[in-house]
Structure formats: structure tokens, C-alpha cells
Design a protein around this ligand. Structure first.
Ligand code: ZN
Length: 306
């Protein structure tokens, strides 16, 4: 695998306004953690009349900081990349405070692929980590929606994979990439709302746009997007080769595969790793490469299909 392009040195000011570029500021939420890195990044696009992307968690300190950052300005729209609590849960309170509508896709269940919808309907698949089940945008938007103000336009790009309702937003030569492409780590793909096939397609779409910069939901701006995006795909391909290689030796269950393939990873991340492995196995099963004896559930034993 090519050298990893991740940047893990990131020390943003928490709760303060951080200017990133002309017409772009960010306020980082106080929710650092193993899945959120240095905290959710709430972006403010424009000046005077602005859009806010991802108001973040429902934390009064963050609400206060974000409202303070836009004091004296008009918030035209509150956009949410996806309905995970660390991005969406603070949206309603913030939007009411500044008198702006919340715009998002906001229907992760409805946006599942037919394969994932079918697996979910059969039950026992687990998943749903971090979903903000109560999230209801004022307007549901999708691919191609444009939101603009003086000097700025944001165009929605459907980028499922991490979560089926996930939108990225193109802003000139840059893209706000939410959690689908981040500069500090690969994203969680937990079926049925996470979907590896959708993830690959979404990364392909972002690559085709050839953005000059990514502003992710967590972590520093990505200054070399192509290098990162290519790595994200190669990382998944390498993981797939490892899984196929292990199963070629002997049928295995997910905990065996995690112990074998993620031995060097922080044990706190092993539950997330198990979900990523499940995502690979579902993808491999859909392609006829892998099968289970009984139902395709996280407890199944998996084997090579040919
Ligand atoms: Zn997320």
C-alpha cells in the first residue's frame, strides 16, 4: 500500500472562530474523541449573509460559540452533511436561534440501496451507530441542489457510503466532504446505512470533480485531495485482499478477521473495525466472491464462494 497520506497533527482552537480562506471560517466543537478526532468542524461560508455547514453536536457551549461567530450576520441556510448526531443534533437549536432553515437530505433509511434495505428488513444486521433518529430538516435536498448568497454558491453532491443520506457541498474549487473523505483517517462504514459499494462510487465522484481542496467534517483541510481519495480506494482494496486471503485459508467469523487484520489498531476501534469488515463481506457476497452458511448477519461464518 502506498504511504498513508493522513495528517494526524491537528490542534484547532476549540470554540473560537478560525479563518480558513477568504469567505470561509470554521468553529470546532468540543467533542474530540476516537471517532470525531479533534471535534466536529462547523463551517461558515460567506460574509454578512452566510451558510453554516454542520452545526455539530447539541452542546450548549458549541451553540454559543457558533451563534457568537455569526453575530450581526444573516444566516441564510443551515446545511447538514448527514444525520449523525455529531453533525446534525445541534442543527435545530442553532437554526431557531439564528432564524434560518435547516437543509439536508436527512432520510438515511429511505436512501439505503435495495441490497441494504433487504438485509436490514431481514433483521439482525446491527448498525445504526450515531444516527440522529429525530433529525428533520425543514427542506429535504439532494443531488444538484444549489444554495447561494452574495458571492457564494454551494452545490449538493450525493455522496453515500458512510451514511446513505450523506451530501457533500461543492464551493468553487473546494468541496465540503463531511465524513466520507477526511484527512485524518478512513471513515466508518457500518451497514446497512454504511455501504462500501456506495462509498467507492462517492469517492469516484469526488475524484472526477478534481477539487483543489477538501474541507472535511473532522480534521484539517485536505490540500492534496487526489492523493487522499486515491489512497482511500486503495486502502479498501487492500483490506479486501486481506479478507479474501484470510478466508482462502479457512472460513472465519468477523471477530477472527478483526483480530487478525487489526492487531495493530487501538482496541477501542475494534468494534468499528468489525463493522467495516462486515461492510466488506456484504460487498464481497453481493459480488459472488464470499458466502455464508446461513443468514448474512454479523455472527455468521464466511467462506470463499468458489
Ligand atoms: Zn458521521
Amino acid at each position: 500500500m502506498a504511504e498513508d497520506p493522513f495528517e494526524r497533527r491537528h490542534a484547532p482552537p476549540i470554540g473560537a472562530v478560525e479563518p480558513l480562506a477568504p469567505g470561509l471560517r470554521v468553529v470546532t466543537a468540543p467533542n474530540a474523541g476516537p471517532m470525531t478526532f479533534t471535534g466536529t468542524r462547523s463551517y461558515i461560508v460567506g460574509e454578512g449573509e452566510v451558510a453554516v455547514i454542520d452545526p455539530g453536536p447539541a452542546d450548549p457551549r458549541h451553540l454559543e460559540a457558533l451563534a457568537g461567530a455569526v453575530r450581526g450576520e444573516r444566516v441564510a441556510a443551515v446545511l447538514v452533511t448527514h444525520a449523525h448526531r455529531d453533525h446534525s443534533e445541534g442543527a435545530r437549536a442553532f437554526a431557531e436561534r439564528v432564524g434560518a432553515p435547516v437543509l439536508a437530505h436527512g432520510d438515511p433509511t429511505g436512501a439505503r440501496s435495495p441490497l441494504m434495505a433487504g438485509l436490514a428488513a431481514r433483521g439482525g444486521l446491527g448498525g445504526g451507530e450515531g444516527i440522529d433518529a429525530g433529525f428533520r430538516p425543514d427542506s429535504r435536498i439532494g443531488e444538484g441542489a444549489e444554495i447561494s448568497g452574495p458571492g457564494w454558491t454551494l452545490a449538493a453532491i450525493a455522496t453515500p457510503g458512510h451514511l446513505s443520506d450523506h451530501l457533500s457541498f461543492r464551493w468553487g474549487e473546494a468541496v465540503f466532504s463531511g465524513d466520507v473523505a477526511m484527512g485524518w483517517a478512513t471513515t466508518l462504514i457500518s451497514p446497512p446505512d454504511g455501504d462500501l459499494a456506495a462509498f467507492r462510487a462517492s469517492i469516484g465522484r469526488l475524484r472526477a470533480l478534481a477539487p483543489a481542496r477538501l474541507y472535511p467534517g473532522h480534521g484539517a483541510p485536505v490540500e492534496a485531495p487526489e492523493r487522499l481519495l486515491a489512497h482511500l480506494l486503495e486502502h479498501r482494496a487492500a483490506r479486501e485482499r486481506q479478507i479474501v486471503g484470510a478466508l482462502a485459508e479457512a472460513p472465519a467469523a468477523i471477530p477472527d478477521l478483526v483480530a487478525r487484520l487489526y492487531g495493530d489498531v487501538d482496541p477501542r476501534l475494534h468494534p468499528a473495525a468489525a463493522r467495516n469488515v462486515l461492510a466488506h463481506l456484504i460487498d464481497l457476497a453481493a459480488r459472488g466472491e464470499v458466502r455464508t452458511q446461513g443468514a448474512l448477519v454479523p455472527e455468521a461464518r464466511f467462506e470463499i464462494a468458489r
